[in-house]
Design a protein around this ligand. Structure first.
Ligand code: DX5
Ligand code: ZN
Length: 220
């Protein structure tokens, strides 16, 4: 599949969210990545259900909601009701992964599991056939603008190998420290959904989206 670009609003100007979203939508982004943090699973607090609901009203882009929260199953129905189209929860924040993935799909959204940099892809072996996507964190979750962790490239390759065997339709998403100059490496490794926050919203979002798309469009 053609790679998808998912700008993360975490680095956008929250005082002008609507116009920030419009800019990336107009420039050709495919998804809008929304980072939900609870101050418990990660040491930061961001946005919740009302913001997802408001974003839904200002864009046609599918909302890719990345839940960095404990007990995600408690809130998933409300996030989907508010307009989340893709929902990922953290492997490390949940116990009943299969139950939660099924819950997300039954409510009509795409189901994904996010994994921290130190969580091995081998732990996903049993759940992989039930997922639409896996979000590989290439920084420790919690903040935008951090440095890409190099070992993530090998991890994406390993996950790609595993998915060819267990779930060829699986989409590998990568999140954290992605810039125009390292995106080709994660694409080559097998990533097909690319999250970028600071590399898109710092500076000129339209121009940044177009530069990313030039790289993404070289891949099938
Ligand atoms: C970090 C978030 C990311 C963040 C990425 O916990 O999950 O989505 O916005 O920001 P950059 O692209 O600046 O690393
Ligand atoms: Zn994210």
């Amino acid at each position: 599949m053609k790679p998808l670009l998912a700008p993360s609003i975490l680095s956008a100007d929250f005082g002008n969210l609507k116009s920030e979203v419009r800019k990336v939508e107009k420039a050709g982004a495919h998804l809008l990545h929304v980072d939900v943090m609870d101050g418990r699973f990660v040491p930061n607090i961001t946005v919740g259900i009302p913001v997802v609901e408001a974003l839904k009203r200002c864009t046609e882009l599918p909302l890719d909601v990345h839940l960095m929260i404990v007990e995600p199953e408690k809130y998933i129905p409300d996030f989907i009701k508010a307009g989340a189209d893709w929902v990922s929860f953290h492997f490390e924040a949940a116990v009943h992964h299969h139950r939660i993935a099924t819950q997300i799909k039954e409510l009509g959204a795409k189901a994904g599991i996010a994994i921290n940099p130190s969580t091995p892809v081998s732990l996903l072996e049993e759940i992989l056939p039930y997922l639409d996507f896996v979000l590989v964190m290439s920084v420790n979750p919690g903040f935008g603008g951090q440095k890409f962790i190099e070992s993530s490239v090998r991890k994406i390759e390993k996950l790609k190998e595993l998915s060819l065997e267990l779930n060829p339709e699986l989409i590998i998403e990568v999140d954290g420290g992605i810039k125009v100059d390292n995106v080709e490496r994660v694409l080559k490794a097998g990533a097909r959904a690319i999250v970028a926050g600071s590399a898109i919203f710092k500076g000129e979002p339209e121009k940044n989206v177009k530069e990313f798309l030039k790289k993404l469009n070289q891949f099938e």
